[in-house]
Design a protein around this ligand. Sequence first.
Ligand code: ATP
Ligand code: MG
Length: 426
Amino acid sequence: MKNEYNNEKVTNISQFAFAAPEEYKSMFVTDAPKRKEIILAKIGEVALKGLNRKNFEDLLIKNIKKKIHKLGRFEVVSSQSTIRITPLDDSVDMDEVSDKVSKVFGIVTFSRACVTEKDIEDIKAAAVEYLKPIFDKNISFKVESKRSDKKFPYGSPEISKIVGGHLADTFPNVTVDVHNPDVTVTVEVRDFAAYVHASVEEGAGGLPVGCGGKAAILISGGIDSPVASYMMAKRGIELTAVHFASPPYTSDRAEEKVRDLLEIVSDYAGSMDMYTVPFTKIQEEIQKNCPEELFTIIMRRLMMNIAQRIADKVGCQALITGESLGQVASQTIGALACTDEVADIPVFRPLIGMDKKDIIAISHKINTFETSCLPYEDCCTVFTPRHPRTKPKLDLVRKAEAKIDWEDMINEAVENAKITKIIRNA
Ligand code: ATP
Ligand code: MG
């Protein structure tokens, strides 16, 4: 087989330019070599934050450590826009670490890599050992190199040529294809070591949770609000969850379902507190005293009011809902304006312009869909008016509300809210 590395000039392209095809990834992972494996995580927007960059990186490192601490001991450090996660125990399961790392916001891509000495012979040997499971197949490949340690005696194109040539000689069944290879092998020569890897996986993207402040998510057991939680956590928001329950109209199982959903969301968003607000009395009062077509809008205003009081108590600067324009009568422009009128802090609605099918696609991706589809009732679905107002008039809504003194009931609901800690895999 012709070894193109002997006669073709190889240029250095950016370090994470290509990913190995899906079917090859698992081979690296499962037939793991004896050599030490680490994770190199590439940070995205975090790197763009100028003077704040150090704070963002520190927060990201803290979040990574929190997410993987149960899997063993690790060194997590940042250098040259890359975070290096090194297991300190041999027993660490790198599949599990990879899975956790893939859900940390702030990481754009990551690779599992094999550590080598900063010595060209060791790099060659490591590449052969580490890549053997995949290079035993009939694949095409190329090598890209990045030499950030300028004292290393070989330049990047030279490293690629030497390592590529050695791989092609060692595995006569593979072919070199520098334009459209099945697998791109990357060699990185960095400050303390060199690394060889051949797969780039997509990270969770976004910004590290906590860098964007805190907000309270109004969470139901539906499809939308867990997706909204995920989306705002992705923008760096730390969440507190507020759920309204109306027993006996809603069951314990309905509340458990919300807890289950939040646990799944916390895989990404980190641990959070869930406030379960007793809402029965308020809903019964609305039903007894307000015009039927305004039940929902008045209920939503009371939800906002209570959620905002909880937000104030726990230092949240905004509310989040899973509303989407036009989805139901209470989500028209007029109805949303009516709901917002009770809020003094911003209300984030990350799904406002999304179609249901796009929301569902995200819920599949984050694994909340199946749980959301379990058939338990929500307080919004009890006392549903037959003909809800789609264009509620604020003065009429206010007038209807004014018949009742809500203050004591609201305070009672806030005081009696039950707090549950949501910690994934606790
Ligand atoms: P889906 O529309 O998928 O059934 P949903 O959670 O969006 O689920 P909606 O009736 O559309 O349900 O409610 C709109 C928004 O109101 C929700 O996204 C959520 O933010 C909030 N909400 C609804 N019910 C509750 C509840 N019981 N507790 C807290 N917030 C709720
Ligand atoms: Mg909805």
